[in-house]
Write a protein that binds this ligand. Sequence first.
Ligand code: PMP
Length: 313
Amino acid sequence: MAFEHTRWVWMNGKCVPWAEATVHVSAHALHYGSGVFEGIRCYQTSEGPAVFRLDAHLERFDASAHAYQMVIPYSKSDLAQAICETIAQNGFTDCYVRPISYRGSSSLNLHPRSCPVEVSILVWPWGKYLGEATERGARITISRWQKFSSQMMPTTAKACGQYLNSILAAQEASDRGFDEALLLNIDGELAEGSGENIFLVRDGKLLTNGHSDSILLGITRDCVIRIASDLGWKVETSSLSLKDLMDSDEAFFTGTAAEVVPITEVDGQRIGDGQPGPCTRTIQRIFSDVTAGRDSRYRAWLHPVAASRRTYA
Ligand code: PMP
């Protein structure tokens, strides 16, 4: 089980033991997916554990809630402190952090107006999401499931029920022996992986799609755009076709859980020479330096756990 080392969970204002961190079966979110969440990583640095891009994640958490008319009953600074406390209380250094805000129990009317907005924070050590593919490159498939469009659901919100689309795509890819799925949007252009954004490299330029392509605006995507621009690379944001992907020299996925993962094959066809390419490797290396606090240019992206931690008696 992924959670065997987690002893404390933050629920509605306090850290409770794992066994007490339960939700009633009548909770609205269980039935209808009415919740929003974040996926954040905490990394060990030479100055202690630090939460990566905490402000950006808390901004997106709030924006996701807003898209569903939920008001999270804690400020961003309360949540920052709660996240750091939960990490420290569990004694973790490198871990994944999952804040979730969801509609609790009151009625099962579709309109959740009477259901309380509850908040929990779960932390656990989580290795590389795509495992060995992180080094060797991912063999992916174009999903038969399309990514829903922003006329169907707010694509930039990270909402629980929206992930049923990703679950279908991930199951299908795995059943067919692939590492990950890539979903096309309703226009037939590239959207994203089931839990990652996509970048292509062509003629030394970085290409990625944007808001209008039905993607979650990933925070790792934002980091990679900044890192590449700071390297003096050209970064273009525009819709991308399957042909763009197949003609690219390199391709890679980005995401908090996955980090930076080369894509080396799409439905059995190689991208470039079928090996992780030099630009992908450069971005992977710098990203890993940045998250470990070894690159002073991006220190502001790291929020030290000790800075917000209250000490428990
Ligand atoms: N797209 C989807 C559908 C995701 O679930 C994720 C992971 N949160 C991403 C993209 C990447 O976003 P981020 O870099 O903020 O983790």
